[in-house]
Write a protein that binds this ligand. Structure first.
Ligand SMILES: [Zn+2]
Length: 300
C-alpha cells in the first residue's frame, strides 16, 4: 500500500489541489456537492437517493494511476474502467457496520470501538478527502460500510483534515497529507506485506489495515498474490546482469507510484541490493506460487 502525497509532476496532493482537478474536470461539481452537504446538515443525514460522486471518478483514477487505493492492483483504465469502479467513501456516509475480525487478529488484543452509532458520516458524503478508487474485492466485498477505529466516532464531522485526534482510525487513508506515509508503516517481504513498526498505535493501524483488507491472505486473495509474484519475477528478469547502481533508473516506471504493486516492487529491489541470498529465496517462492496457483478467490 502506498500513499498519494505528490503527483507525477511533483504537485502536492491536498484538498486545494484535488478541488482544482475536480473543477477542471467538471466545473459545477463542487458547487452542487456543497449544496447537497448543506441539505444533509439540516436533515442530519443523507437525503438524496441519487448521487453525483461518480462524475468525478476519473479524477481519482488518474491521481492513483488506475490502481486500487488499498491493494495496489491495476484497475481497468479510463475508457473501460469508468463503468466498473466506484468511488469508495473512507468514512461511510450512511451507516457504520461492525468489522468481524478474525480470531488470529483478536489475539493481538487491539481495542476496537463498537460502532454503536445510528448514522454515518453524512457531511463527508461529498468531501473530496473522503474518496478513493478501489477494486471490487477491497471495496464491495471487504470495506463496504465498515470503519474500525480505536477512539470515539464523530459522525457529525465536517472536515477530516481539521478533526482532532480523538477518532484514531485503524485503517490508513492513502490520499493527501492528513495521514502518515503508508510505506513508513507497511513494507513487503517478497509478496507478503509486513509491518515496519513494532508497537503502539502505528503498529495497530498497520496490522489492522493488512488484516482488514486481507492483504497478507494468499488463501483468499490468491489473484493479488499472483500479481505481486509476477512483479517480483519480472523485476528480477529485467535486472539480470544489471549493475545495482542502475536498478532504479532502469525500473523507473515499474516501481513508480503509478505502477501496480509498486511498494512490493520497491521492497524487492531494495532486497536485491542488500541481500542477494534472501532475494533469491524470495524469487524462488514467487515462482513456486505462480507455478502452483489455481484460481480460487473465495472471500468469506
Ligand atoms: Zn484492492
Amino acid at each position: 500500500m502506498i500513499s498519494y502525497k505528490i503527483d507525477k509532476d511533483g504537485n502536492t496532493i491536498d484538498l486545494t489541489y484535488i478541488e482544482a482537478l475536480i473543477t477542471a474536470h467538471n466545473a459545477t461539481w463542487l458547487t452542487r456537492s456543497a449544496e447537497r452537504t448543506e441539505t444533509y446538515k439540516t436533515a442530519g443525514k443523507v437525503t438524496h437517493s441519487s448521487h453525483i460522486w461518480s462524475e468525478i471518478k476519473e479524477v481519482y483514477m488518474k491521481m492513483q494511476g488506475n490502481k486500487c487505493a488499498f491493494c495496489e492492483s491495476e484497475l481497468e483504465g479510463k475508457t473501460s474502467g469508468k463503468g466498473v469502479h466506484d468511488v469508495e467513501h473512507f468514512r461511510p456516509k450512511n451507516r457504520i457496520t461492525k468489522w468481524q475480525s478474525t480470531q488470529e487478529f483478536n489475539t493481538l488484543d487491539i481495542a476496537i470501538t463498537d460502532p454503536a452509532v445510528s448514522k454515518g458520516y453524512h457531511l463527508l458524503t461529498y468531501n473530496p478527502l473522503n474518496y478513493s478508487i478501489s477494486c471490487g474485492p477491497c471495496n464491495q466485498a471487504i470495506k463496504r460500510d465498515r470503519f474500525p477505529i480505536k477512539g470515539n466516532y464523530n459522525t457529525d464531522m465536517e472536515n477530516p483534515s481539521t478533526e482532532s485526534d480523538a477518532e484514531i482510525p485503524l485503517l490508513l487513508f492513502p490520499i493527501g497529507q492528513d495521514d502518515v506515509d503508508c510505506e513508513d508503516l507497511i513494507s513487503f517481504e517478497g509478496a507478503v506485506p509486513t509491518v515496519v513498526v513494532s508497537s503502539g498505535v502505528p503498529f495497530e493501524r498497520a496490522i489492522t489495515t493488512i488484516e482488514f483488507f486481507r492483504l497478507g491472505r494468499a488463501d483468499v486473495r490468491g489473484k493479488l498474490f499472483k500479481e505481486r509474484c509476477f512483479k517480483i519475477i519480472t523485476i528480477n528478469s529485467i535486472l539480470e546482469g544489471v549493475d545495482p547502481a542502475n536498478f532504479d533508473t532502469i525500473l523507473k516506471n515499474m516501481i513508480a507510484n503509478y505502477s501496480d504493486h509498486s511498494s512490493c516492487g520497491r521492497s524487492y529491489v531494495e532486497l536485491l541490493k542488500s541481500d542477494k541470498t534472501k532475494a533469491a529465496e524470495v524469487l524462488s517462492e514467487a515462482k513456486e506460487f505462480v507455478r502452483t496457483y489455481i484460481p480460487d478467490e473465495e472471500l468469506d
